[in-house]
Structure formats: C-alpha cells, structure tokens
Design a protein around this ligand. Sequence first.
Ligand code: SF4
Ligand code: SF4
Ligand code: SF4
Length: 319
Amino acid sequence: MKDVEQKLQYEAKNLLEQGKVDYIIGFETGSLKFTTTPLITKDKNDVDRLVINSFIVNNLSNFLTEIQGRVGIVAKGCDSRSIVSLIQDNKVAREDVVILGVPCPGIIDLNKAEKLIGKDRDELEDISREGDKVIITADGNTSKFPIAEVLFDNCLGCELPTPQEYDILLGEPASPVIDRTASQARIAQLKGIPPQPRWEFWSNELSRCIRCYACRNVCPACFCQRCFVEETEPQWLMPVPRWQDNLMFQVIRNIHVAGRCTDCGECERACPVNIPLRSLTKEMYDIVGELFHFKAGMDKEALPLMTHYEQEEAEDFIR
Ligand code: SF4
Ligand code: SF4
Ligand code: SF4
C-alpha cells in the first residue's frame, strides 16, 4: 500500500498548492499501536503525515457535513458510498468534494487479531499483510493466518471495495477476500434462535449500553441537526440508559439510516461496550435491498429511498 500512500501524498499536495481544495481529510498514524486517526489539514506541509494501511478504519465522510469549503477526502469503497448518499440527500455538493479513492483490500479488526494470538494488542509486536495472509509477531514468534480470519465482518461481505465515484483513483482496483457466510455468521446465528431467547439476548446486550452516542456520532448516515434523543417536547427517550430506552434508540436510529447505511461497520466498531450493532444495521440494509431493490450510495443520480415515492407504490394513501 506504500505506492497508494505516496500517490495520495503527491495528489493531496497538488490539490492544496493549486488551490483546488481548502482542506484535505485523510488518515495519519495514531498514538496507539496499529491505529490511525483522522487528519484534517489545510497545510501542504502536513501531507507527508498522510498514511494508507490496513488500519484506516474511520469513515471520513462523516466530517463532510461539518466542514465549510472545498474538501479533498480519502475514501475507501464504503466511504465513497456514504459520500454519494450524502450527495443524494443534498447534504454535500458534488462540486465541493474531490474524492481521493482508495482501492481497499479490507481492514484488519484488532479484536480478531487479539483473539487469534491470545494476547492484548499492546503485546503484539507487528501485524503485516502479505496478499491473502496476515503475519502477526508476538514474543519474537511470527504466525501466519488467512487474512479472512482478521478482517472486519463487513469487509468480508464488501460490495464495493474500489470506489466507483471518485476524482482521483490512487491505485489499481482491489480484490478483497470475500467470505459472505463468515460476514453474516453472527446475524444468521441470531436469526436462528427463537423470538423469546432472541428478545432476552437483545435486552441483555442493550442493558450494557451507556448511551454514549458513539454509534450515532461516527455514522455519516446520522446527520439530523437535532437528534430525536435530545428532544424534550415530546421526550422520546428517558436520558437514563435503561435497556428499554436503549432499545428504542437503536430501533429508531436504524429506521432513520434505512436506505442510507452502507454497511461501513463504524457504529459497531465505535461502541465501547461491544454491542453487536451490525446485527441490526446489516439486517436493515438487507431488508431495504430485498423490499426496495435499493443499495445506498451506488448511484448519485438516484433519489434517496426514504424521501420519494413512486406511482406504483402499494399504499393508496400516498398516491
Ligand atoms: S467494507 Fe469494503 S471498502 Fe469498506 S473498509 Fe471494508 S473492504 Fe474496504
Ligand atoms: S456506542 Fe454502544 S454504548 Fe454508546 S450509545 Fe451506541 S450502543 Fe450505546
Ligand atoms: S449505521 Fe453503522 S454501518 Fe451503517 S452507515 Fe452508519 S456507521 Fe456505517
């Protein structure tokens, strides 16, 4: 990925020098091992800090609604879909964005790497990728595993690894390792259990929610200026994180992002108490696909799913 990184630094510098963008949004090395953090800069001297590697987790499109001016933004396939979805919703103007597309071979889930080796991430010395293998070094010993064992579940089911909407593509189209069965395994397992124990599962999971709103705040599809959870007239939810209110929060959030969610996986990754939120968001994504034949962010000319209707709609009341 070094060549992609070098091309990014070169293109980002050009864009800033030529005044084509006011800001660059990308990734720089994080303060913790095996992490990156968003870098937002208007200084061309900062572009050498931009990195592309197997740990560029964030969906940076989330920043687009906050920043004024023209922006050059680094986008993996799923992020580019979120940008297109924001354009469809008139939240972002296409001419204000220069998409620096990253062909994405999949992102490494550190939780899976830790489990494979049986050590905390701080105890791992190195994690590197060689084609369809991952090499993890700990205590001076190296172990090799199929890359599919450490990729995020959503990456294993990725539908658009290489952005189709971009201004500059930073490398050759990617072919990530796809394992749709593994990608859906947890969801399939949950769907396989009867309603009562499934209800208990979710009441237990959601009783751990501390209502930090990280899942909402990292989500580019959650862009309401005032979220319903902050309304006081009427008050939709109690501010205290009771599991019933936490459940309502997730149910309503999932309805709000229906047709906008691109399965980027950020909500689940950001949850500090590891609630399996993708089991809800991906299920909604699949329902939207099945019922409406709609996939978010695939076509910037398409009308947003939830804000238009068609003559053939089944319900008479909207004709
Ligand atoms: S879902 Fe696809 S584009 Fe997004 S990070 Fe995973 S492999 Fe990359
Ligand atoms: S990120 Fe997790 S803990 Fe925080 S509000 Fe969302 S579900 Fe609850
Ligand atoms: S709901 Fe989750 S997976 Fe879907 S777009 Fe938002 S952060 Fe990404």
